[in-house]
Write a protein of this length. Sequence first.
Length: 197
Amino acid sequence: MSDFWLYFNIGLKHVLDIRGYDHVLFLIALALPYAFKDWRKILLLVTLFTIGHTLSLLLSVFGMVTINSAIVEFLIPVTIFITAVYNIFKWAKKSSSKNDSLIFIAVTTLLFGIIHGLGFSNYIKVILSPEADEKLFPLLEFALGIEAAQVIVVLSVLLLSFVVQEFLRFAKRDWILVLSAFVAGVTVPMIINSEIW
């Protein structure tokens, strides 16, 4: 297996690993308000999340940023919770406008990507070569694997949302509220049981 596929697969499996479901939970909460017709917006958000993720890995791997892992492991579920609760507040009011402030969501997604990337930085440091000039390409290959996996997850969310809304006649608002509440509920124990306390 070439080095490209090695690091690409590590990135792919990092997102799709059922034991590391926090990444998937974030993507579910992020993608819920969108439909296939919004593919440009959701692709932009997913890519910004990957850019943030990769930026924090680069800064960490090259020793420019060091942060306590307990803080990162606390902040990751907080980002998921905030995203889910944002959906709930936005969609709870029947009369409110559902138009996104794309700039606000884009900046927030980028920042949340940075936090999530820091959560994987210790592992990536172990598997990378200690030579500085041999770190950049594996990190970019890893980022491509992350991006591919995120697209798979987002497409799955969009497809499931389409089926539930079109065939099971579940109102979009209700679907977003129910699934966002589920995601928020799953993250509460993660936050409460954090080592930071």
